[in-house]
Design a protein around this ligand. Sequence first.
Ligand code: 5RP
Length: 231
Amino acid sequence: MSGPDLRRAAAARALDLVRPGMRLGLGTGSTAAAFVDLLGERVRAGLDVVGVPTSEATHAAATRAGIRLATLDEMPELDLTVDGADEVDGALRLIKGGGAALLREKIVACASRRMVVIADAAKRVETLGAFPLPIEVNAFGLRATQIAVEAALAAAGCRGAVRLRLAGDGSPLATDGGHRILDAHLGRIPDPEALSGALWAVPGVVEHGLFLGIATMAILAAERDGQAEIT
Ligand code: 5RP
């Protein structure tokens, strides 16, 4: 089975959790896009739900799929958010933000009673950190913020390079909120909670991609005997 097949299988299982009338947070990325696509099929068959998208890309995809949308200001309390992840550990701690949507993703997930992660089982890790940790920062004083971020990483026992994420044309990537992303290539994060606290203390850090104590369930799809096995 291909990666897209596994992502779609995880998304299909998450669809089983959706009930009529639910207020849904809609994540960002290819796995979340598969969920939006499948949800759209149900909506066109008569399911009544409202979605709050976590990015402009998801807003466009959900609109195309015919899903009724609201802003988080219009609907500040949600029943369920379904989103992908870049890494998930055994304690349901996540790294997110590979698609640069971490700020809205975290706000929406925290406004939800439940956050369900859907992913290819290859995203499961023993220790977070092989995937570069995205850190969303204000564009003002970028270099000063990067130096302070590097010091915070060292104070939290992490080592590695911090790189400004670039867009396809080589310019600094801008998030939906107009911020920049610093990717911290750490290899491993020995104490995610300590790192989270250290990053929070840096002025200019808007959000980071460690989702700690937020996800309530993970639906991971792996191939077994040519079929998708969900764990
Ligand atoms: C976007 C994210 C995505 O959920 C994460 O990058 C996983 O994406 P994909 O499902 O394409 O592997 O955090 O900011």
